[in-house]
Design a protein around this ligand. Structure first.
Ligand code: PEP
Ligand code: MG
Length: 886
């Protein structure tokens, strides 16, 4: 026969799937001999059976009765005993904590008869009637959906007329009678006078609360599966509301905000647990209990130390003191802030409770990410104006500007507000403290560039209506003008009016070399765990960097090279004109002239970059985007030309540019003339870039440096594309004296390249996965559009839990990655394989890349520490850590 019910002493913490988190931990505490009130747990499988059929499984309540007898024996009281009744607490508790989402019913077992017995036993009639009214209220609301206001209204009326000590026993007895009438009126039958019936109904209503609207919403947000069901814990009641020597509280074994050791928690004398939640009276800080009840305080702190040693982690507890006797009602490994997670993990290593490997697994890349950015001090923050996509973390406040020129001209911090950004906005993005756009998601231009620079960015705030001509934007009927101050939070996507105060991050200051590792406990913990990650990780970490300044920063943050230098970023600003010249060139000589003008500029860029990364690999990607991206937008040019013509003048160069833009127009530029295709149809373009790399490297060699450039070809889909480009590149390299050997590899970012990786590897020294494009092309999702359009609906409807542009879709895109690694290495065993899409800095994706056997990940400089940590964790998870390390 299936078994559904387990005494606390029968379970342990490994059985949380069946007993729920609360039940498993109650079992664990019982096993440890801690003072847990006797009780039992109805397993989650009973809930699943109930939810499937709408009724409790056969035999469940017979089993409950058997276990109830044992509780009665242990406590020495019986349920329903008119003279000395046992009362029960019925509490939900699923596999994962869902605080406040499901139901609890206390004081089960009180009836018109037993209430007198309780009064007699406790010598406190007022307490007994108060408990009875609590039961009718909780039971009515939870089991039968009686609106809370029905009872609250009467309770408030009584409290208003009662004396300073609150209602007396007779008043509470009358209130119970009123409550029973409300119950009868709303529910249609009397409040049940059978304790067994109360228990049965309470258990079923906890099962049903699994599917309450709020529980479902919470699960969706926390990614908890809907089909787990909840366990139900039935426990002998203990009372914290039996006078001044009783009370209830919550406590943490360390400070969950900072991680520092000490005694943290709240205590509420003469109260039950739900009074704390309801905030009826103010709690006192836990150390106050040492004065109120020193014996219980000593016992509690002893138990907390036991729990922490046993769980080897921060625990939180709920407890009740009944007339000087301490009872433990709950414990679990407690939630904590990101800062506390690091501090606690390091402390537990010092205390000999966990190894450094374990400590590394107790912190996450996402937590480190949070700690690296300045944060708003939200205490006094106003209501946000709107919320967009938190695209590049951090907190920035500044005056609103609407274009790059205003941003660069301003003194003092500004927020650059644009409908969307394009390469023209780069100087403004560099100058601004933060970037806010109305369109685009996490892989939009603004997001990618801002993350690369560590600039705070919120994108896709589609409630913004931006009117740069008028110098204002509106959100609903609120108008914000140029020069007004706003604050943006790149983590939450919130946009605030005014300047919200910002706190700098000590971790970022340490990583930048401005604070010593021992500056404070948090910095020391980060230093230690990051150091351990570096010691155990197999995966290399490089950075995506296009300038020497970024390269130096990345190196300081621990990058072992550059995995992606997007050379197109070197064609911006004043150099756009040279690209325009190239596009407008009308014959081979003009093309050669335009390229010759670009060559020294590129060479200088590469020389600086190679110097900044001396001795480390620098992967230089040949130009990728369509050339027309370097021309002004069609609508702008059309208007300009029309204005000039209307005034009777010759539009000159603008006219030529307009013709070129029209000629080069593509319906789907992302699928058009870009990457290797551009190199194949614009003669000399790639050759000029290769020459610039080779000459820069040769100069570095002559200067005594150790340049290690690598040339990478974008958007390859067929081995023949790569073969042609490589042959041309090698011809150029051979003509440059002193140039070191330069490996030539390819991005794998077109699904066909992944599928034919075995062939492509015949021509490639290395692969680097461009998972931005690979995701876009595998899903047929336009990376510039979808996050701002329908991704919200997809997330809402549970089709994604997270955007596949943010965290790698391991089931789909990941298969292409694995396939390409296997095929590529089958052809060329020594093939180096990395990734340089945005996923290279996403902790979950880093774990996947480690497992897929990549050699390195490459990410924005600011994400390098996060990737290092995630790579260390991945090594420990794969069993290649050093488990005895301290
Ligand atoms: C990619 O596609 O993942 C990539 C790194 O290239 P880009 O983002 O420049 O297209
Ligand atoms: Mg790409």
């Amino acid at each position: 026969m299936t078994r559904y019910v387990y005494d606390f002493i029968e379970g342990d913490r490994s059985r949380a799937d069946l007993l729920g988190g609360k039940g498993a931990n109650l079992a664990e505490m019982t096993r440890l001999g801690l003072p847990v009130p006797p009780g039992f747990t109805v397993g989650t499988d009973a809930c699943r059976a109930y939810l499937a059929t709408g009724s409790p499984p056969a035999g469940l309540f017979a089993e409950v009765d058997t276990h109830l007898r044992r509780v009665e024996e242990q406590v020495g009281r019986r349920l329903g005993d008119p003279h000395d009744p046992l009362l029960l607490a019925v509490r939900s508790g699923g596999r994962y904590s869902m605080p406040g989402m499901m139901e609890t019913i206390l004081d089960i077992g009180l009836t018109d008869v037993t209430v007198a017995g309780l009064a007699a036993r406790t010598g406190d009639a007022r307490f007994a009637w108060d408990s009875y009214r609590r039961l009718i209220q909780m039971f009515g609301r939870t089991v039968h959906g009686v609106p809370a206001e029905e009872f609250d209204h009467e309770w408030a009326a009584l409290r208003a007329t009662a004396g300073p000590d609150g209602p007396d026993a007779a008043q509470l007895r009358d209130l119970v009678s009123t409550y029973q009438k409300i119950f009868l009126r709303v529910v249609g039958h009397e409040f049940p006078q059978s304790p067994q019936e109360q228990l049965r109904q309470a258990v079923c209503s906890v099962f049903a609360s699994w599917n309450s609207a709020r529980a479902r919403i919470y699960r969706r947000r926390e990614h908890i599966p809907d089909d787990l069901g909840t366990a139900v814990n039935v426990m002998a009641m203990v009372f914290g509301n039996l006078g001044p020597d009783s009370g209830t509280g919550v406590a943490f074994t360390r400070d969950p905000a900072t991680g520092l050791p000490g005694v943290y928690g709240d205590y509420l004398p003469d109260a039950q647990g739900e009074d704390v939640v309801a905030g009826i009276r103010n709690t006192v800080a836990l150390p106050e209990l040492a004065r109120l009840d020193p014996a219980s305080f000593r016992q509690l702190t002893g138990i907390m130390a036991t729990l922490e040693r046993h769980y080897r982690d921060l625990c939180d507890v709920e407890f009740t003191i009944e007339r000087g006797r301490l009872w433990m009602l709950q414990t679990r490994v407690g939630k904590r802030t990101a800062a506390a997670a690091f501090v606690i993990a390091a402390q537990l290593v010092d205390e000999g409770l966990i190894t450094l490997d374990e400590a590394l697994c107790r912190v996450s890349g996402a937590q480190l990410d949070q700690l690296m950015f300045p944060a708003f001090d939200l205490a006094g923050a106003p209501t946000p104006l709107t919320v967009g996509v938190g695209a590049s973390p951090g907190a920035a406040a500044g005056r609103v500007v609407f274009d790059s020129a205003a941003a660069t001209a301003a003194d003092g911090p500004v927020i650059l507000v644009r409908r969307e950004t394009n390469p023209d906005d780069l100087p403004g993005m560099i100058a601004a403290a933060g970037v806010l756009t109305a369109r685009g998601g996490k892989t939009s231009h603004a997001a990618v560039v801002a993350r690369g620079m560590g600039r705070t960015c919120v994108c896709g705030a589609d409630a913004l209506v931006i009117d740069p001509q008028r110098g204002e934007f509106t959100v609903g009927d609120r108008v914000v003008r140029a020069g007004e101050v706003i604050s943006i939070d790149g983590t939450t996507g919130r946009v605030y009016p005014g300047a919200v105060p910002v706190q700098p991050s000590p971790v970022a200051r340490y990583l930048a070399g401005e604070l010593a590792p021992q500056a404070d406990p948090l910095v020391a913990a980060v230093h230690r765990l990051l150091g351990h990650a570096d010691a155990v990780r197999r995966l290399g970490v490089r950075a995506n960097a296009d300038t020497a300044a970024d390269a130096r920063r990345a190196r300081a943050l621990g990058a072992a090279g550059i995995g992606l230098c997007r050379t197109e970023h070197m064609f911006l600003g004043g150099r756009r004109e040279l690209v325009e010249r190239l596009i407008l060139a009308d014959g081979p000589d003009a093309v050669a002239g335009a390229l010759a003008a670009l060559l020294p500029l590129q060479r200088a860029d590469f020389t600086e970059l190679l110097a900044a990364m001396d001795g480390l690999p620098v992967t230089i990607r040949l130009i990728d985007p369509p050339l027309h991206e370097f021309l002004p937008p069609l609508h702008e040019l059309t208007a300009r030309v029309a204005r000039t013509e209307a005034s009777g003048r010759d539009p000159g160069r603008d006219g030529e540019l307009l013709a070129a833009v029209r000629r080069m127009h593509e319906a789907n530029p992302m699928l058009g003339l870009r990457g290797v295709r551009l190199g194949l149809v614009v003669p000399g373009l790639f050759a000029m870039q290769v020459r610039a790399v080779a000459e820069a490297a040769a100069q570095r060699v002559r200067d005594g440096g150790d340049p290690r450039p690598e040339i990478m070809v974008p958007l390859v889909g067929d081995v023949r594309e790569l073969a042609v480009v490589r042959a041309e590149a090698e011809r150029v390299l051979a003509t440059v004296p002193d140039a070191p050997a330069v490996p030539i590899g390819t991005m794998i970012e077109v699904p066909r390249a992944a599928l034919t990786a075995g062939q492509i590897a015949t021509q490639a020294h290395f692969f680097s996965f461009g998972t931005n494009d690979l995701t876009q092309l595998t899903w047929a999702f336009s990376r510039d559009d979808v996050e701002g359009s329908f991704f919200g609906a997809y997330l809402e409807r549970g089709i994604f839990e997270v955007s596949p542009f943010e965290s790698l879709d391991t089931a789909g895109v990941g298969q292409l990655v694995r396939l390409a690694v296997a095929q590529g290495r089958a052809t060329r065993p020594e093939l180096t394989v990395g990734v340089c899409g945005e996923h290279g800095g996403d902790p979950d994706s880093v774990a996947f890349f480690a497992d897929a056997g990549l050699d390195y990940v490459s990410c924005s400089p600011y994400r390098v520490p996060v990737a290092r940590l995630a790579a260390g964790r991945a090594a420990v998870a794969a069993g290649t850590g050093t488990s005895d390390s301290r």
